[in-house]
Design a protein around this ligand. Structure first.
Ligand SMILES: Cc1cc2nc3c(=O)[nH]c(=O)nc-3n(C[C@H](O)[C@H](O)[C@H](O)COP(=O)(O)OP(=O)(O)OC[C@H]3O[C@@H](n4cnc5c(N)ncnc54)[C@H](O)[C@@H]3O)c2cc1C
Length: 441
């Protein structure tokens, strides 16, 4: 018997990580699924213009790695075969939080790859699902009739004179990323824009690829976090092709330079020297790619009236200070939330609102974690924000390099393997206050 599916045609706008994952879950609930992507995809895991952030270091958190395995069984083996590097986020990572942290025992195993390879692999896996991708088509607006979105207007790339065409669907999902025109599209059909919460650390990234020397065996990931003393951060990550992806970043408008010598000087100025020591002798394989992310921005679609037949997810809804590596994992968690909603869509009075509310819940803890360090006193409006900042900055961060249990728990929370409440257990609180009383700040 053919199963009854709730939708005839779902259109996903944008074929980045969030769009491809949305298409994967929707494929079980719709007769047809079409992804409309503005770019033509490269035929290898290379850069494309539509995702300018893709040349920057991207960590795929362990929770995301677990779920992607459930969506695409065998994903880990396949991405490793494509060149991704096995990595233990405990024992093979050098963490720096105000000072160098001690090496942890093994046990947080995963892999590292460039975002370009991650997306390429997901796209490859998606071929096993009934999803059509329309490449080289830019969406220009929404089709709207009888209080519902009924599809999209799009234009093929290549000529400004190309005709605007229409594609009909009964659910449209916007995943066009942080530069999404969604507010404009909603305004065009008479809907108000959602309120935005912005916590902008004014961060700048600069990434360069290097040849990984053969004789290096320790630390396949170095993560130097900015602190209250130094607003500069850095990361070195081993990725496919025997390469290191090296990132230096500065917040508070202390943007890193693109000039090779100044880049090295910036790396030298970091409070931990392991990254600089490695790259000063290493062979660069690329230019230095600069990028200024928009920072933390949360559009509260959950608080407005959405038109029927339309939802948004991924960076179009919420983007984070990328230093915490959350965006791709959030996209996966949102696709899980989408799947849960789709199963009951037509039984709900308003499936669209239900979905936006669910993903707002998914976003709450990562948002708190991402903004707690970036926020200024004026940004901390609620008591919860104030307490979180007092506790994390004053007690948790200083304790990380001093206590392996705090460090491990914090890393597990960062990777979303544990809830932030894991930092509030009696034994963790006791350890931190004991360190605090002994003068660790
Ligand atoms: C500097 C930087 C570093 C980051 N580091 C990490 C990290 O370490 N770990 C992590 O998990 N995340 C990281 N992120 C976040 C991560 O890149 C995103 O969260 C993730 O890729 C999901 O994005 P998305 O799919 O919502 O949007 P995007 O990846 O931006 O994709 C949007 C897609 O929509 C297409 N598009 C745009 N407009 C249209 C249109 N009108 N019509 C059709 N198609 C359109 C684009 O071509 C693109 O393919 C980082 C982000 C930045 C900026």
């Amino acid at each position: 018997m053919v199963p009854v599916v709730p939708f005839r045609h779902v259109i996903v706008i944008g074929g980045g990580i969030a769009g491809l994952l949305a298409a994967r879950v929707v494929s079980g609930y719709s007769e047809r699924v079409t992804v409309v992507e503005r770019d033509y995809y490269p035929n290898a895991p290379n850069f494309r213009a539509g995702t300018p952030q893709a040349r920057q270091v991207h960590t795929f958190l362990l929770r995301g790695q677990q779920i992607i395995e459930a969506l695409f069984p065998g994903f880990r083996e396949k991405i490793l075969a494509a060149g991704a590097c096995e990595h233990d986020f405990a024992s093979e990572t050098l963490y720096f939080y105000g000072e160098r942290c001690p090496q942890l025992a093994p046990g947080l195993c995963g892999w590292n790859a460039s975002r370009m390879l991650v997306e390429w692999q997901i796209r490859h896996e998606l071929k096993a699902f009934p999803v059509t991708i329309m490449e080289g088509c830019a969406v220009k607006g929404l089709l709207y009739e009888d209080h519902a979105v009924r599809g999209v207007k799009y234009q093929e790339r290549g000529s400004a004179a190309a005709p605007i065409r229409e594609l009909s669907g009964d659910l449209v999902i916007d995943t066009t990323g942080s530069s999404s025109a969604v507010l404009h599209w909603l305004e065009e059909i008479g809907y108000a824009s959602p309120h935005e919460t912005v916590v902008n650390p004014h961060i700048g990234y600069a990434t360069r690829f290097y040849q990984r020397p053969a004789n290096i065996d320790a630390w396949s990931l170095i993560a130097i976090q900015a602190t209250q003393q130094s607003r500069r951060a850095g990361a070195l990550m081993e990725v496919e092709g025997g390469r290191w992806m090296v990132l230096v970043a500065g917040s508070g408008k202390d943007y890193p330079p693109n000039d090779p010598e100044e880049y090295l000087e910036f790396a030298h100025s970091l409070p931990e020297q392991e990254l600089y020591t490695r790259i000063k002798e290493a062979t660069p394989l690329s230019h230095i790619y600069g990028y200024r992310p928009i920072g933390n921005r949360f559009r509260h679609f959950d608080r407005i009236k959405m038109p029927r037949g339309f939802v948004a997810m991924g960076d179009a809804v919420c983007s984070f200070n990328p230093i915490y590596g959350q965006g791709m994992t959030i996209a996966i968690l949102e696709s899980q939330a989408l799947e849960r909603c789709l199963a009951h869509w037509h039984r709900k009075k308003n499936g669209e609102h239900d979905f936006q509310r669910r993903i707002a819940k998914v976003l709450a803890a990562p948002w708190l974690l991402s903004t707690v360090a970036d926020s200024s006193p004026e940004d901390r409006k609620t008591i919860r924000d104030k307490i979180a900042h007092w506790y994390v900055s004053g007690y948790v961060i200083p304790a990380i390099p001093k206590d392996k249990m705090v460090q491990r728990t914090f890393i597990e929370v960062l990777h979303m393997l544990k809830s932030p409440n894991a930092l509030l257990t009696l034994s963790i609180i006791f350890r931190m206050f004991r360190l605090h009383l002994s003068g660790v700040r």
